[in-house]
Design a protein around this ligand. Structure first.
Ligand code: NAD
Length: 309
């Protein structure tokens, strides 16, 4: 019996991604099944009945779906967030759940740079702006996204500094021509642009607020493509009120976005809907990575990207 891999997507992948996934699956000697634009849960329940592996996007893999998938061994969420998968139900059956980290990093990094230029040029309204060349770009967390923002910032002629307490190998920064600073305080103090790339954790939640913003150089801009939870919203309001030169742009509307927009007009901006990872390329990369990870798991037992260990 050949292994069967189902791609179940309410919002389908681009054709190019599906073709690529098919290539990877069939090259491995497996069979590909496709369930796209399904409108009822019952269609998903039926489709998973005999599959060994499942690729999804934002599709909900509930305990009911898992119970209906008698042969299921692995679920891969093509993308970063996996809160749409019932991990407990999967773990109880010994089903491996993975995501595809890093596949959307370039999309997010490009958005962060675009946001810097957008704010420097008065949100594309008339008037004299400033340039980002020659300015200091601070990268808060040098992971998949932060690294790419650092390299792109260098290419645009910025001085790039970074802070990431979990990266102890100095060579990681040196290889990109990026200066590592020793503390968060030092980072904000020198950054004309501060690009946030920390995950939302117990340690980081609400950690970016008044004191850090107030320490930034004149005319500084905070760019948030990370998570809204890491911001101390009241602190940001206070800092923007006291310092009329500060700017804040975010890909994740703040809980108090209406207040920000009203009080600070052109000094703040939030995208209408989170769009950091929304590129054709990121979607294709994530789909292909999902297929490769499934093949590598079924053939070699590789569980590198497992999230329910
Ligand atoms: P990553 O896991 O590759 O990197 C995160 C980095 O943060 C790591 O290098 C880690 O050492 C560092 N870190 C952890 N805790 C820290 C702390 N307390 N202080 C400083 N550094 C700390 O993640 P990534 O792919 O670079 O993504 C970063 C974040 O961006 C994600 O957590 C996610 O919330 C967000 N994100 C947003 C979008 C979007 O659509 N806007 C898309 C993808 C990711």
């Amino acid at each position: 019996d050949t292994m069967k891999i189902l791609v179940a997507t309410e919002k389908p992948f681009a054709k190019k991604a599906v073709d690529g996934i098919r290539g990877i699956v069939e090259n491995a000697g497996y069979e590909l099944a496709l369930l796209e634009k399904y409108t009822d849960k019952s269609q998903l329940l039926e489709a998973v009945a005999d599959v060994d592996a499942l690729i999804i996007r934002s599709d909900k893999v509930t305990a009911e779906v898992i119970a209906a998938a008698k042969n299921l061994k692995i679920v891969v969420r093509a993308g970063a967030g996996y809160d749409n998968v019932d991990l407990e139900a999967a773990s109880a059956r010994g089903i491996v759940v993975m995501n595809t980290p890093g596949q959307n990093s370039n999309a997010v990094a490009e958005l962060a740079l675009a946001m810097m230029i957008y704010m420097s040029r008065n949100r594309f309204t008339p008037g004299t702006g400033t340039e980002i060349q020659g300015k200091t770009l601070g990268i808060h967390a040098y992971g998949n996204v932060g690294k790419l923002v650092g390299r792109k910032g260098k290419a645009l002629g910025m001085n790039v500094v970074a802070y990431d307490p979990f990266i102890t190998d100095e060579a990681v920064f040196a290889a990109d021509g990026v200066k590592k600073v020793a503390s968060v305080e030092e980072l904000y103090k020198v950054s004309d642009f501060l690009s946030l790339h920390i995950p939302a954790t117990e340690q980081t939640k609400g950690s970016i607020g008044y004191d850090l913003l107030m320490s930034m150089p004149k005319g500084a801009t905070l760019v948030n493509t990370a998570r809204k939870e890491v911001i101390d919203e009241a602190g940001v309001v206070r800092a923007l009120t006291e310092r009329e030169d500060l700017k804040y742009i975010t890909d994740i509307a703040a809980g108090n976005q209406a207040e920000l927009d009203e009080k600070f007009c052109k000094r703040v901006f939030a995208t209408a809907k989170k769009m950091g990872a929304e590129t054709a390329e990121a979607n294709i990369n994530a789909g292909l990575a999902a297929a490769s990870q499934i093949v590598d798991f079924l053939k070699n037992g590789n569980t590198r990207f497992q999230v329910n260990k």
